[in-house]
Design a protein around this ligand. Structure first.
Ligand SMILES: Cc1ncc(COP(=O)(O)O)c(C=O)c1O
Length: 393
């Protein structure tokens, strides 16, 4: 029984339920892969960010096991106290080489990086310019910094330019997702980089959904667009395409040195466990050695885009394996997810506050471990279920 002081919570949960906003956990039977077992049924998994199919790759699993054997199950302390291990340094060197930067610093997750880095770079006298659809972790980091937060319409370079022209802030930080997590579209990085150069603003790019996927070496959207050297803060996660866990910020040496002292989410937390770092190193090896994986998942993405457009969904701006099937109300998205599950497809409904009100959706995420038949099967199932959904509001 909950204590009386927590008596308000059941009502709160009921209110969430009534609005179609209550969230719940679903346990997947191991292993993570293109087909998973959920509630005793085998389903095609279309909502993981394991874009290259590496989370269950035997090479990464072996690397993780060996990493733990060699250096222990846990790091035991924060990096700055007694937790700085050779595997951390090796992974940082590898990430910096990949990103073409002077250095890199590990964070325990993308959330930690985005929550901790903006406050290390800007404060009360400064301004942050942020795309309205940036990931929640970036928003939290911006709010924690106490800098003035100016949000520009999604991808609207003109509005960003106007805001930058008007600011009198001491320092300016422009921050954007490279590929937007719920829409799969790309930030106009070339134009944004040009504006940052013109206004002396720092440019912070979150490559959570593009690193490992886009660009000649898979380094991300900045590499793909040829603007990597104009990005000041390259942030990315190790838990999505790279198949492991953790995150990094790559950039110039003074930036990394400052973060070591100032980023509270780096300073005040236990270092990443060796297994995660060893797995990420193995993931980076695969990204370098097997470009066919990203080519395959991007080809599947094009196939899904064509099919979704035949069903009337606009996915024309999608550049990564994230396909928004926007359905409108929470009820409609939940009904679609349940109907697809009946047909053998696991795609969870995405609702506010993850996406703006009125744009609840299915977020279909593809992986290099999927095949064409699975994509075609999903498209056929969608075509079947759409007429039976509750009406759009
Ligand atoms: C754009 C973006 N940044 C950061 C994160 C957080 O990364 P992590 O899962 O490593 O905490 C996510 C997703 O989780 C994301 O979509």
């Amino acid at each position: 029984m909950a204590r009386a002081a927590l008596g308000w919570i059941p009502q709160e949960l009921e209110a969430l339920e009534a609005r179609g906003l209550r969230r719940s956990l679903e346990t997947l039977a191991p292993l993570q892969g293109p087909v998973v077992e959920v509630g005793g049924r085998r389903l095609v998994n279309l909502c993981s960010n394991d874009y290259l199919g590496l989370a269950a790759d035997p090479r990464l699993r072996r690397a993780a096991a060996e990493g733990a054997e060699r250096a222990g199950a846990g790091a035991g302390a924060s990096r700055l106290v007694a937790g700085d291990l050779p595997v951390h340094r090796a992974l940082e060197a590898r990430l910096a080489a990949w990103k073409g930067t002077e250095g890199a610093l590990l964070f325990n997750s993308g959330y930690h990086a985005n929550a901790g880095v903006p406050p290390a770079l800007v404060g009360r006298d400064d301004a942050i310019f942020a795309d309205v659809l940036n990931h929640a972790s970036i928003v939290d980091g911006c709010l924690l910094s106490r800098a003035r937060l100016l949000r520009y319409r999604h991808g609207d370079v003109q509005e960003l330019s106007d805001l930058l022209s008007r600011t009198r802030a001491r320092r300016r930080l422009v921050v954007t997702d490279a590929v937007f997590s719920m829409d799969g579209d790309a930030a106009p990085l070339r134009e944004i980089a040009a504006l940052c150069d013109r206004h002396g603003a720092m440019l912070y790019v979150d490559e959570a959904h593009s690193a490992g996927l886009l660009g000649p070496t898979g380094a991300g959207l900045a590499e793909a667009l040829g603007v990597a050297d104009r990005v000041d803060v390259h942030m990315g996660t190790l838990g999505k395409a790279l198949g492991a866990f953790g995150a990094y910020v790559a950039g110039a040496r003074p930036l990394v040195d400052l973060l070591v002292s100032r980023a509270r989410t780096f300073v005040f937390t236990t270092a990443l466990p060796p297994a995660a770092c060893a797995a990420a190193l193995a993931g980076l090896e695969v990204v370098a050695a097997e470009p066919a994986r990203r080519a395959h998942v991007l080809a599947l993405t094009e196939r899904a885009k064509a099919g979704l457009s035949r069903l009337g969904f606009d996915t024309s701006r999608v550049v990564a394996p994230i396909l928004p099937v926007v359905l409108g109300s929470e009820a409609r998205a939940l009904a679609a997810s349940a109907a697809l599950r009946e047909r053998g497809y696991f795609v969870r409904a995405i609702r506010p506050p993850t996406v703006p009100r009125g744009t609840s959706r299915l977020r279909v995420a593809l992986s290099a471990a999927h095949d064409e038949a699975q994509v075609d099967g999903l498209l056929a199932a969608l075509a079947e279920i759409l007429p039976g959904l509750p009406p759009a509001e």
